[in-house]
Design a protein around this ligand. Structure first.
Ligand SMILES: *Cc1c(COP(=O)(O)O)cnc(C)c1O
Length: 367
């Protein structure tokens, strides 16, 4: 079996044609028709009024927090189990990330643990739809409303995932997406802010382009950023977005095949399928339990020997030196982090590759 990577970028639509159009027209920087086309199409995809293209997913979160007025000495609630960018973005506005443990059913931030972390300093809640599985937005929205705290959705891994009938990113005050190479759709590097709030949309647009006054050129009433996306990136993004429903269908089929082949095994646990959740399986993720003969890291090593790439789950934020907490009670995040593994999940993976991976895992984990 040839090496099976964790992800493969598929550029099978109009990507080349649109990029060539950029090159021929010489509109290769951050002005050009593809930016607006991509933004409009992405807003439609999410069901929001506004979408603002930015340079990556991390700056999307940073900008969202700036637009919400989060700043020095404020606190922002985040899940303990997430990619570091969620926590880093909070520090960029000089606020403090406050991690909350996850729940075992969904692997996402535990709504029951949020309230105990809310203080007078809490200025935002960032939820993360981990590996494509939506958070329990009903419960979280109730808490946010009760305390008047805005929700930022870090939907970097969850393009198209739904809570009930609503696509993630459109439920909180602001939604943030990433188009990094291994995300559901990609622009190479890139990100998007979505919102229904016209004030936030306008502010994000203003700040991402050096905060230049509309009335007076080179007058900058505050400190802005260069967080622009290029026309070339947007051209790739538009072509990717034209195929997104196909990509999501394929990813669901891939996940179903994995689970069908693995379900007889007693050494694996999965995220529960809550009735309100439409998981898009950014990564097909499994959790080893006590019935497994070997531990996660050993499994990953052995799989690699057999030409199968994988990724361990993230290290909990509270274990990272920059974010160490006095109170280290995050039992669920720790358990997930130690036992979780993501499997090759690209839409073009073949049935033969999935069978080989499942068979290999079964042989390695069976007692
Ligand atoms: C990928 C990712 C980001 C950051 O996106 P970049 O485009 O790489 O900056 C943020 N949060 C989560 C949960 C991610 O997976």
């Amino acid at each position: 079996m040839n090496f099976i990577p964790i992800y493969k970028v598929g550029l099978v639509g109009n990507e080349k044609r649109y990029v060539e159009d950029c090159l021929e027209s010489t509109w290769i920087s951050s002005q050009g028709k593809y930016i607006e086309l991509f933004e409009d199409a992405f807003a439609k995809f999410c069901g929001t009024k506004y979408a603002i293209a930015v340079s990556n997913g991390t700056v999307a979160i940073h900008l969202a927090l700036v637009c919400l007025g989060v700043g020095k000495n404020d606190e922002v609630i985040i899940p303990d189990l997430t990619f570091v960018a969620t926590a880093n973005a909070v520090t960029y506005v000089q606020a403090k990330p406050i991690p909350v443990d996850c729940e075992l059913n969904t692997w996402n931030i535990d709504p029951k643990r949020i309230e105990e972390k809310i203080t007078t300093k809490t200025k935002a809640i960032i939820v993360v739809h981990l590996y494509g599985y939506p958070c329990n937005m009903g419960e979280i929205s109730k808490i946010a409303k009760k305390y008047g705290i805005p929700i930022v959705e870090d939907a970097a891994e969850a393009h198209g995932a739904k809570y009930l009938e609503t696509r993630v990113g459109s439920i909180g005050e602001v939604g943030c997406f990433s188009f990094y190479g291994n995300k559901v759709i990609t622009t190479g590097e890139g990100g998007m802010i979505v919102t229904n709030n016209s004030v936030i949309a306008e502010k994000a647009r203003f700040l991402k382009d050096h905060a230049m006054s509309k009335e007076r050129r080179y007058f900058h009433p505050e400190i802005g950023f260069n967080y622009r996306m290029t026309n070339i990136q947007a051209a790739i993004g538009l072509a990717q977005l034209e195929k997104v429903e196909e990509i999501l269908d394929k990813k669901r089929i891939v996940a179903t095949k994995y689970f069908d082949l693995l379900k007889a095994n007693t050494f694996i646990d999965y995220q529960h399928s809550e009735r309100w959740a439409t998981n898009i399986y950014w990564m097909v993720s499994i959790l080893l339990n006590n019935n497994s003969r070997i531990k996660r890291d050993e499994l990953a090593r052995e799989m690699y020997e057999k030409n199968i790439d994988s990724r361990p789950f993230f290290v909990p934020i509270h274990e990272l030196p920059a974010f160490e907490q006095e109170n280290r009670k995050f039992p669920v995040a720790v358990r997930l982090s130690l036992n979780g593994i993501n499997l090759p999940s690209y839409p073009s993976i073949t049935d033969g590759e999935i069978s080989y991976i499942c068979q290999t895992i079964s042989e390695l984990c069976q007692k």
